[in-house]
Design a protein around this ligand. Sequence first.
Ligand code: F0G
Length: 480
Amino acid sequence: MSAQFPSYRGTMKYRCLSCSSTYGIDSLLYTCPECKSVLMLEDTNFSSLRARSGREWRELFDARAASKRTALRGIFRFYELMAPVVEEQDIVYLGEGNTPVVEASPALQAKVGARFAFKNDGQNPSASFKDRGMACAFSYLRALVRLQGWDDVLTVCASTGDTSAAAALYASYVGAPVKSVVLLPHGKVTPQQLAQPLGSGATVLELPGVFDDCMKVVEFLADHYRVALLNSKNSWRILGQESYPFEVAQWYDWNMENMCIFVPVGNAGNITAMMNGFLKLHYLGIIETLPRLFGVQSHHADPVYRYYAAPEATREYAPVKVQPSVAQAAMIGNPVSFPRVQHLVDRYKAIGGERSFQVIQVTEQAIMDAMLEANRHGHIACTQGGECLAGLQGAKALGLVDESEFSVLDSTAHALKFMDFQNKYFTNSLDAAFGVTPKKELQNAPELLLTEAESATLGESGFVLESCRRIAERLQLSEK
Ligand code: F0G
């Protein structure tokens, strides 16, 4: 069955969150030309979508979920709520979105003392949630290239490793005239993350320092040179990431009562998309209540936590100098989307109440332990997914979540991308700066049963017999 491609087209504009100026979308803008603040995209016809009832929207999106039309298989299932200016021919679909929600194993739920599930955004094509935003940004870019006849487009991004993997993947699929350049903090992305853009054929450039340093460089580049910036400063990325809250709501039959969402916060693009997405669903009557949103930050990179932990009257935003974090993909001291968060939190709380938005701080120890614990129970959480679970544990300890509530934890990337941290935990070789002491019961190591030299003396049947003897001894097996 293939659903019809939507006929609705919106009128999209960039809006400055500070001075409210609006700008057309026929060029790529990242900051307000007037006051330099960050922008968000909005459909100035959005209120016309209210002509359809919440129920009609729910039915439409549910019907579309079965479509075999690839343009509507991924994030554009929610076309009208996302970027309803992109034509079907421009939509890039690499299998992103529609990621599984896996209820935490009963033993893990019992251990944590809370009901929860992981939404495995590591099961996206480049193994992180970034593909959602890239699918939208590249679809729009393809439309621009086609309409403006551009013959040379250089996409750039700074990254802690996942944005770069996603950007390089989508750019290599789209091909000419799009070329991808990624800028990475040297030694601060995992080997798997580094291998991804290399394999996609991107130009991989590195600088000493941390993500925040690279971000300053690409911001300057985007201001002074002809490049397309693919960090979440690019508002098309945020739109694509709104597919996550849409999918969560749809999975739970559009009922967000007693629901909590946990999301790791780095550059704060994802939490922006969460709030904006749920607010859109609420505005259109597609959901009746907003879920409670919990941002989670490590104590080694926690500017957003610090801001919201301060009493309202004395709150003042200040970037922090990051310390090494196992949640390395979120190790950001000056989140670009912080002004977006500030703007949306007020709207979110005005509808959802004071308790609808919170930021939890967790320790590096809690993050590592939580990731390993989750994965010992059949999950595939990355360190940032572990951060979410540590956040749920922290929220529970603070009495912020009760038994009637159910939590969805964003495991933002695949566990395999972050195996270095697991290995270092297992071998107790994490740098002291992380402040993590491995727990014996969570460590694991391979055991070599025979040395090469022993094996060489055994011959073929001797090899099998001696191996089995040692296994039987090691596992204390009894004979049949
Ligand atoms: N989890 C993962 C796996 C990430 O890669 C990131 C961010 C985050 C969480 C934090 O999300 O920035 O939207 O608040 N990674 C970016 C990158 C910064 O360059 O890959 P955020």
